[in-house]
Design a protein around this ligand. Structure first.
Ligand code: PBG
Length: 329
């Protein structure tokens, strides 16, 4: 007696495997996050993110040209704000000549076709490291969303293509969309961090921007009153459907690897593009294990990115974007 069906026939060679492969990652899938600092000729390695850097505007221009030449057509900008410009309301975020606004113009100036996405959240600008205004030990929702909408408008005016609110305040997509429409920015898109979890994987990012919640009296130590509980699944669908109703063009699940069930739930439920953010801690784990010689860096990178796409991601924000595109070309 022999087995009637032998699944191994379809795995006999690389040619055969590639013929039946269901998922492929391509340069079109990637959004490259970029960290920007003030100054000139600066390329600072982030301690907890080996081989990842903060760039001053001149070197950002160089980096963006290189990304474009590799086939990466969208970037997501984050800025590191000097301490003396931080306050509770994130006032500097509205400065039309602030670092973010100048970074957007710089990128559009060197590679006009590059799709520029911008982080819209108060934490890099917040003296307390929170994504909203802090008062009486709480994060104040509605005053924050009004500022976020203004912040988004200022990015749109500087030339941003897609605003990416990463704050998890309620109602901010509606507020932001409404202001954009009022002001005539009908084509500026919104990529909402709709299912963003209160994750311990954001640590290295907070090092990169020096944006961790400060340790002081009456300041919440974590972001659990606005970011989602990692234990919840149904809630991700609710959050995301609300953001779509409020006007989001693209929604996001964040982090990636631990939340692929959520990605698949959403893929089955909704019909707009889903971005997945493979976050800083996911990057650093791979780097650390590879440095010790315990994991094959390149193989693990491709495996994880493929798994994210297979789960249902339409696009992936990843610190490995450049590595991955080189590996698959
Ligand atoms: C904050 C923000 C965070 C990230 C993106 N935007 C951190 C946080 O919520 O504290 C994390 C990204 C990463 O870890 O790579 N608005």
């Amino acid at each position: 007696m022999y087995p009637l069906r032998r699944n191994r026939r379809l795995r006999t060679s690389e040619a055969m495997r590639s013929l039946v492969r269901e998922t492929a990652i391509t340069p079109n899938d990637f959004i490259a996050p970029l960290f920007v600092v003030e100054g000139k000729n600066k390329k600072e390695e982030i301690t907890s993110m080996p081989d990842y850097f903060r760039f001053s505007l001149d070197l950002l221009e160089k980096e963006v040209k290189e990304l474009w030449s590799l086939g990466i057509k969208s970037i997501l900008l984050f800025v590191k704000v000097p301490d003396n410009l931080k306050d509770n309301a994130g006032t500097e975020a509205l400065n039309n000549d602030g670092l973010m606004q100048r970074a957007i113009r710089a990128v559009k100036n060197v590679v006009p076709e590059m799709l520029v996405m911008t982080d819209v959240a108060l934490d890099p600008y917040s003296a307390y490291g929170h994504d909203g205004i802090v008062s009486g030990g709480k994060i104040i929702n509605d005053d924050t969303t009004a500022i976020l909408a203004e912040m988004g408008l200022s990015h749109a005016k500087a030339g941003a293509d897609i605003l990416a609110p990463s704050d998890m305040m309620d109602g901010r997509i509606f507020e932001m969309r409404s202001l954009l429409e009022d002001e005539g920015f009908h084509e500026t898109g919104i990529m909402s961090y709709s299912a963003k979890y209160a994750s311990a994987f954001y640590g290295p990012f907070r090092d990169a921007l020096d944006s961790a919640p400060v340790d002081a009296e009456n300041i919440p130590k974590d972001k659990k009153t606005y970011q989602m509980d990692p234990a919840n699944r149904e809630e991700a669908v609710k959050e995301t459907l609300m953001d779509i109703e409020e006007g989001a063009d693209i929604v996001m699940v964040k982090p990636g690897l631990c939340y692929l069930d959520i990605v698949r739930d959403l893929r089955n439920e909704i019909n707009i593009p889903i971005a997945v953010y493979q976050v800083s801690g996911e990057y650093s784990m791979i780097k650390a294990a590879a440095e010790k010689g315990w994991l094959d860096h390149d193989a693990v990178v491709i495996e994880q990115l493929t798994a994210i796409k297979r789960a249902g991601a339409s696009m992936i924000a990843s610190y490995f974007a450049k590595d991955a595109v080189k590996l698959i070309s």
